[in-house]
Design a protein around this ligand. Sequence first.
Ligand SMILES: NC(=O)c1ccc[n+]([C@@H]2O[C@H](COP(=O)([O-])OP(=O)(O)OC[C@H]3O[C@@H](n4cnc5c(N)ncnc54)[C@H](OP(=O)(O)O)[C@@H]3O)[C@@H](O)[C@H]2O)c1
Length: 151
Amino acid sequence: MPRRVVLIAAVTVDGFIARNNLETINWSKDLSLFKDQTMGWPVIMGSNTYKTIPKTLHGRECFVVTRGDNPKTILSKITKEKCFVIGGGKTYYKFIDHLTHVYVTPHPYIFGDGVPLFDGDGKKGIDLNFIRLIEVDKRNGIFQFQYKIIK
Ligand SMILES: NC(=O)c1ccc[n+]([C@@H]2O[C@H](COP(=O)([O-])OP(=O)(O)OC[C@H]3O[C@@H](n4cnc5c(N)ncnc54)[C@H](OP(=O)(O)O)[C@@H]3O)[C@@H](O)[C@H]2O)c1
């Protein structure tokens, strides 16, 4: 069971991660940071996200989850001390109770509608402690915010 379960996402200013459930994300500016941070660690994604990524993520063991999967069972298969939940909204929501950290990179877009960061029934609030800010593209105001979840 990993000690750290990290949500990592590119979000719009109004809190969406995609315009629709099968969008190939081409607006994110933090792909190289995503690659650096996730390299060598297991990644968990939903079946929709799997359909939208162009190729498998080399160097990372991928767990693709479907609706019947239990998050605890998936996590129990992971022997490394850290893993990343890489989306989408339904999958972030599925793992919400198991997350320990949140890494979000706000992007200069307002979609108005789309896939929210947490897509599920029943709103759950989470308290966060700020850890650090990582510069991605200072000129365009792109920074990754890292938080630890207060349990
Ligand atoms: N901006 C970012 O950082 C970022 C990151 C990742 C993904 N995305 C985007 O997010 C979008 C995908 O997000 P998503 O939330 O649609 O999908 P997802 O979390 O990738 O996958 C959907 C998951 O929900 C399950 N599911 C589908 N319908 C359900 C239902 N009615 N009840 C319960 N579970 C259900 C699916 O299982 P079944 O297979 O059994 O249907 C699957 O496990 C894509 O556009 C992708 O590009 C953005």
